[in-house]
Write a new protein. Structure first.
Length: 192
């Protein structure tokens, strides 16, 4: 092997290593797969941080002990709940894609109506969740609108949303790629 080829190969390895480092650092690696849809660490972390901010601010508001949020068990439970929520959101999105045409437009219209008082909401959302209005829309409002649309469609067919969700969670192919969490039947559980 010549010097130039060795230099090119070394540079390729360094570039590959740096790319992998950046991907991992930014959280763009999978933590779960739901029917071949990937949930990334960044998505889970954003949801966990917003949830933790919400509970911490509520505990401060009501004067309860906010130090409980600093415990490792609390953080693990929040991460577990965030991933569980994201799995449900993926299942709901998949079902809506197959059942309802233009459901994204319907959801956007519902959110637009709810956000008429945007000026007042921006500050409250920032203080309570630590999110911008756009982040709040994508993490909280859109999934909630999708769920409401699906609940309405199921209701029209005399189906129960909770029963549908439980059944979907049992039938789904879910792989958890985080070492401290596991999938058991239809729930995410903490490993001991």
């Amino acid at each position: 092997m010549t010097y130039n080829r060795s230099l090119i190969l070394f540079s390729a390895f360094v570039a590959f290593g740096m790319t992998c480092f950046v991907i991992v650092r930014l959280g763009f690696y999978p933590v779960a797969m739901v029917n071949f849809n990937v949930i990334t660490a960044a998505e889970m972390e954003k949801n966990a941080v917003a949830t933790e901010n919400y509970f911490r601010n509520l505990s401060l508001l009501y004067g309860s002990d906010s130090d409980a949020m600093d415990k490792e068990e609390s953080r693990k439970e929040i991460r577990r709940a965030a991933l569980d929520k994201l799995i449900s959101e993926v299942l709901i999105y998949e079902e809506l894609s197959g059942r309802v045409e233009n459901f994204q437009l319907i959801a956007e219209n519902k959110i637009r109506e709810a956000l008429n008082e945007k000026e007042k909401l921006d500050d409250g959302i920032k203080k309570l969740y630590g999110l911008t209005i756009l982040e709040f829309k994508n993490q909280v409002l859109l999934p909630q609108a999708y769920q409401e649309i699906l609940e309405g469609r199921l209701f029209l067919k005399n189906e129960n949303f909770k029963a549908w969700l439980d059944d979907s969670r049992v039938k789904a192919r879910i792989f958890i790629l985080v070492p401290d969490l596991m999938w058991s039947d239809k729930l995410i559980k903490l490993r001991n």
